[in-house]
Design a protein around this ligand. Sequence first.
Ligand code: SF4
Ligand code: SF4
Ligand code: SF4
Length: 211
Amino acid sequence: MGSEKDEIVNILACPGIERCKFANIDTIGLARKADEKLFGKEMPVKMRIAISGCPNACTSPMLNEIGIMGRIRPLRTPGLCTGCGTCVQYCKEKAIVIRNGISVLKEDKCVQCGVCVRSCPFEILKADHRHFLVSVGGRRGRHPRIGRELLTADSEEEVLFAIDRIVNWVYRRAWSGRLLSEQLDDIHFEKFREEIVRAIQEKKAARTERA
Ligand code: SF4
Ligand code: SF4
Ligand code: SF4
């Protein structure tokens, strides 16, 4: 599982799309890419990276210094729902109801697991937004803490860019001798979040211009 030094200690991934029917992303491929670049990098604080293919969160990404979770936002194709209710049966969050003969999503209850998308026998539910939720500053151990949501990335490239920026920011700003979760505000997490979200938007805009 890695050493106890102040470094990128381990990069943990669930089986992902290769072996798990719930997976929304290629966790192993992403972990390999992050591992090649970062494993063992010396840091002022100990950092773990955990990747889960869906909100079942088998690797507990939110309890790690960097967490990645694959999610899908479902969208019903307008006008085609038969109201069969299969998606309602499959959704464990009770986030779908049948109203006036068609399925209606309750956004506030949906955890974006994508199960309903795969359950619809008529393929009417589509993956509107497949994405990676990136969190920072969680921790395991005696006093676990849930990380803060940093951003949602639309591609593996964006996630790797975000991980790189997080590692750089922590490397430059964090103090040794304190866990990252205890110094997020001191090293200006909110400002960092604004900067990285802007940087990703700029990358997207530049790509659109080139296309
Ligand atoms: S987190 Fe989701 S995709 Fe990964 S192993 Fe668990 S159920 Fe499967
Ligand atoms: S994505 Fe998951 S939580 Fe959301 S409606 Fe579908 S099955 Fe329910
Ligand atoms: S499973 Fe598909 S067709 Fe059936 S209610 Fe849900 S969205 Fe409509």
